[in-house]
Write a protein that binds this ligand. Sequence first.
Ligand SMILES: Nc1nc2c(ncn2[C@@H]2O[C@H](COP(=O)(O)OP(=O)(O)O)[C@@H](O)[C@H]2O)c(=O)[nH]1
Ligand SMILES: [Mg+2]
Length: 287
Amino acid sequence: MVHAPTLRPAVESPGATAPRATPPIARSCQVSLIIPTKNESDSVPLLFEKLNDVLAAISHEVILVDDSDDDTPEVADRVAAELGLNASVIHRDGEDRRGGLSSAVLVGVAAACGEYVCIMDADLQHPPELIALMVATATEKEADIVVASRYVEGGTDAGLSGRTRKMISLTSKGLTRTLFRGRLQTIRDPLSGFFLARRSLVIGTALRPIGFKILLDILVRSEWQIAEEVPLRFERRVVGSSKATLKQGRDFLAHVARLFWERRTGGIRHVEAAPRAGEARAAQTQS
Ligand SMILES: Nc1nc2c(ncn2[C@@H]2O[C@H](COP(=O)(O)OP(=O)(O)O)[C@@H](O)[C@H]2O)c(=O)[nH]1
Ligand SMILES: [Mg+2]
């Protein structure tokens, strides 16, 4: 059975059901936080509390795209209402969940109104405190993309559980930076799940992500010109549990193979982004 995704405003706007005499004013804000969730009812209360503090000075909306079987949507609605946080939940069932995390992100972007979209996990491995720096960096540097990076000075991948996962992450990063050198030579962490991008860039690109690495798809396919990185201290998950499985490994390889093939066969074409002064040299020294 196919269920249409439902958009549930967490905070009722006064008079939302009253007849309108004039057309609705188009929504707009600086940043739309897009947060894919799957059974994150334990994480959401603390996440929303932190977001509420961080976003106080930023015009924003929070969109959870939820594929949960637990009560994540109800918890999100309740906590957002208690805090007065401008958050909504798009809950998906059945076939709508196909594509998992990456399709959830695309659904969130399609519903967003921000000048920028900021994609982050719900589990606090992506510290909400970093959002202010990401927004400031995007504005000051006129960046199309700001990546929260585990692999620049001040960042850490300590939250990757175990040496095997760390090795897989480093190898995957090396593989993608080699295969897509032209686009990724200045990007230290093209597989980060925490990033901010101009919404116009994301909706203007025909994305085809598979699995968890949607940033890679955006970096390789889109016409970005300026990308910046800020240090991410990726620490261990303290609430809830990881949804990563071996399937994500297979999805990642399928995703990289498809991107590589499309790039080779001319399915993806764009002007290479020119590295800014010093960047190419720095990237070569570090790789
Ligand atoms: N909507 C949706 N969110 C998902 C899905 N799988 C994982 N997530 C969410 O994506 C984020 C990252 O997942 P997580 O389990 O923390 O992955 P890890 O950090 O790689 O261990 C979390 O917020 C999850 O709740 C999915 O199939 N659908
Ligand atoms: Mg996580």
